[in-house]
Design a protein around this ligand. Structure first.
Ligand SMILES: [Zn+2]
Length: 558
C-alpha cells in the first residue's frame, strides 16, 4: 500500500472529549472515527487491526473444534420474552417494531437464538457435544458510552456456545475454551489474569473473566500473590484485618449530639472508626432490612445486587415508620417487621458502639456475641490489605478491562426455551450449555493500553496494521520501491510512505501509528538503509538487499 493514496489522516492534538490513552491514540492515529456516541467507523488502519485480531480468535476457536456460523443480528422479541430477558435487559436493548407491529431487537447477545437453532437441528445425544461460534456485531444501548472502543453501543464480539448431555462434557469444553482464550491473549501479546467472576445477567453457576490490567479498566480485581487466589471485587472474599484493640467502655447509653456519621461518632467518643457499627436501612425486595457493618467498611453494590433482586436505601420517613431514628439507627427497638443482617466484617470483633434509635444517643460496649442471632451476610467491599480467604496473605488490587468471559450455564436457557434432546434411554432432556465471549473491538483498546509510549502506539507484530513502513528521503523513491517490493514478496504487510511531506512528519506518523519496523531509505546513504524497531527503539544499518533478512531475524522479538 502506498501512503499517497491511503485513506487516513493523523492528528497532532488529542481529541478534547477523550480521557483514555487508547481513545486518544485511536483517533489521532486515524484508526477510528466517531459516528455517534459509542458508535465508530473503523478506518482502513483500524480495520486491518480488527481483522487481524479476529483471525487470531478464529484460528484458536477452529483449533478446538468450534464451528463458525453467522447468526442474525435482527431478532424477534418472542424468544427473549420466553427467557425473561426482554424485560431484564430493559433499556440496554435496542428494541424496534416491524411494519406489522411485531417486536424485534438488535441482538445484545445470542443465547436465545442459538439455543432455538440447535434445538431445531439436534435431536439426539449422539450429536453432542456441539460448539458453535460467530464473530459478529452486537448492540447495547449503554447509558454512558466512553473511553473510545472500551464502552460502546455497537461492537464486535466473538461469542461461542456449547451444548452437552453431561456436566463432565461441559467441563471439558469449558477447559478447552479457557486454554484457547489463554493462547489468544498470548498471541496478542497481552498481560492478563483469569479471574473468578459474577455470572451477572447471563446467568449460570460458574464464570471466569479474562482481565487485562489497564488504568482505564472498569473491573477491580483482588489478587493474592502468595497462593494465586484472584477474583473480581463483585465476588471476592477476604478475611477482614482485626479491629483496633482498645479498652472496652461500659455497656450503656451515651449522649452523642450532632454526630451524623460514623466518623463523627468515633471522634466524639474518642474511639477508632472500626469500633462503631454502621447501620444501614434498606428496602430489599420490598421488605425492610437493617444491615450492620463494621464502621470502617463500605457496602458493596454488586454483592447487594446478588442478595436482593431489587434494593434501595430507605428514606428517612420510611426509617421512622419502622422505629428507626435517622442518624442514630441501631439494632435495638426497631419494629418486628425489620429483619436484621450482620455483615461478616463483624465476625472477629468483641464489642462495638451502635445507634440507640433515640435522637442524640448511642450505646457503647455492645457485645458482638449479642448480635450473633442475626443472619450473617457478606455485603462489605473487599479492600487492599484484607487477607486472602485461602492462605491468609494480604490481598492487593488492580484495575483492568474485561476482554473475555466464559460461563457454565447449565440449563438456564434450554429449559425456558424447551430445547431438548433424547438421551440413550429415550428420555427427553434439556441441553446443558456453556457460553464464551470475547470483546473483539475492546481488545483493540486493551492492546493499545498496554503497548504505547508518549509518541504513539507500539503494535505487537501479530496485529500491527502494517508490519513495516518504508520512508524514502530525498531522491530515493526508486530504491524504496524496490525494498517495498522485496518485503511484500517475503509476505510482510508494508506501507510505502511516498507522500509529499517533510521527513519529520513521516517519522512522527510512523511513531504515532506504531508500525513495528521503520525503514528509512535516504539519498544521503546510497549504500545502506536504517531500520528502527518501534518496541525497543533499537536501530540497525543494513544494505538494501539485507532488509528482509534483518527484519525476519527480529520478528520473534517484535
Ligand atoms: Zn492466598
Amino acid at each position: 500500500m502506498k501512503a499517497s493514496n491511503f485513506f487516513f489522516k493523523t492528528l497532532r492534538e488529542d481529541p478534547k472529549d477523550a480521557e483514555a490513552t487508547s481513545h486518544k491514540l485511536l483517533i489521532r492515529a486515524s484508526l477510528i472515527k466517531q459516528v455517534a456516541s459509542g458508535v465508530y467507523a473503523f478506518m482502513p488502519l483500524g480495520h486491518r487491526v480488527l481483522k487481524k485480531i479476529e483471525q487470531v480468535v478464529r484460528e484458536e476457536m477452529d483449533n478446538i473444534g468450534a464451528q463458525e456460523m453467522t447468526m442474525s443480528i435482527l431478532m424477534p422479541g418472542e424468544m427473549w420474552k420466553r427467557t425473561g430477558r426482554w424485560d431484564l435487559y430493559g433499556d440496554e436493548m435496542f428494541k424496534l417494531k416491524d411494519r406489522k407491529g411485531q417486536d424485534f431487537c438488535l441482538g445484545p447477545t445470542h443465547e436465545e437464538q442459538v439455543t432455538t437453532l440447535v434445538s431445531q437441528t439436534v435431536s439426539s445425544y449422539k450429536q453432542l457435544p456441539l460448539t458453535v461460534y460467530q464473530i459478529n456485531t452486537k448492540f447495547r444501548d449503554e447509558p454512558r458510552p466512553r473511553f473510545g472502543l472500551i464502552r460502546l453501543r455497537e461492537f464486535v464480539m466473538k461469542d461461542a456456545y456449547s451444548f452437552h448431555d453431561t456436566e463432565d462434557s461441559l467441563r471439558q469444553t469449558y477447559d478447552d475454551m479457557r486454554r484457547a482464550y489463554e493462547r489468544i491473549m498470548e498471541r496478542l501479546g497481552l498481560d492478563y489474569e483469569v479471574v473468578s467472576a459474577d455470572p451477572g445477567a447471563i446467568g449460570g453457576s460458574l464464570s471466569q473473566e479474562f482481565i487485562v490490567p489497564a488504568p482505564v479498566g472498569e473491573s477491580t480485581v483482588f489478587k493474592c500473590h502468595a497462593c494465586g487466589y484472584v477474583a473480581t471485587s463483585e465476588i471476592a472474599d477476604a478475611v477482614v484485618p482485626p479491629a483496633t484493640p482498645v479498652s472496652r467502655p461500659d455497656l450503656g447509653k451515651v449522649y452523642t449530639p450532632n454526630v451524623p456519621t460514623v466518623e463523627t461518632v468515633a471522634k466524639y467518643l474518642g474511639l477508632p472508626v472500626d469500633r462503631i457499627a454502621k447501620s444501614m436501612m434498606v428496602l430489599g425486595d420490598s421488605e425492610p432490612y437493617l444491615i450492620l457493618l463494621r464502621g470502617d467498611r463500605t457496602l458493596d453494590e454488586a454483592k447487594m445486587n446478588r442478595l436482593f433482586k431489587q434494593w434501595r436505601f430507605m428514606e428517612d420517613a420510611e426509617v421512622e415508620a419502622v422505629g428507626g431514628v435517622p442518624g442514630f439507627i441501631g439494632p435495638f427497638g426497631l419494629s418486628k417487621s425489620v429483619k436484621i443482617l450482620r455483615d461478616k466484617s463483624l465476625d472477629d470483633i468483641d464489642w462495638v458502639v451502635v445507634g440507640a434509635n433515640e435522637r442524640d444517643y448511642h450505646i457503647t460496649g455492645v457485645s458482638v456475641s449479642d448480635l450473633s442471632t442475626y443472619e450473617r451476610v457478606s455485603v462489605s467491599a473487599v479492600e487492599d490489605g484484607d487477607y486472602c480467604p485461602r492462605c491468609g496473605s494480604p490481598l492487593a488490587s488492580f484495575v483492568g478491562l474485561e476482554v473475555g468471559h466464559i460461563f457454565r450455564l447449565g440449563t438456564r436457557y434450554s429449559e425456558p426455551l424447551d430445547a431438548t434432546y433424547l438421551d440413550k434411554d429415550g428420555n427427553r432432556k434439556p441441553f446443558i450449555m456453556g457460553c464464551y465471549g470475547i470483546g473483539v473491538t475492546r481488545l483493540v483498546s486493551a492492546i493499545i493500553e498496554q503497548y504505547h509510549d508518549e509518541y504513539g502506539i507500539k503494535w505487537p507484530w501479530s496485529v500491527a496494521p502494517f508490519h513495516v513502513v518504508v520512508i524514502p528521503i530525498g531522491d530515493a523513491l526508486a530504491r524504496a520501491e524496490a525494498i517495498y517490493g522485496h518485503l511484500k514478496g517475503a509476505g510482510f504487510d508494508v506501507l510505502l510512505d511516498d507522500r509529499d511531506e517533510r521527513p519529520g512528519v513521516k517519522f512522527m506518523d510512523a511513531d504515532l501509528v506504531g508500525f513495528p519496523v521503520r525503514v528509512v531509505v535516504s539519498q544521503k546513504n546510497p549504500q545502506t538503509v536504517e531500520l528502527k524497531f518501534r518496541r525497543t527503539g533499537a536501530t540497525l544499518h543494513v544494505t538494501d538487499n539485507e532488509v528482509v533478512e534483518a527484519i525476519s531475524a527480529e520478528v520473534p522479538r517484535l
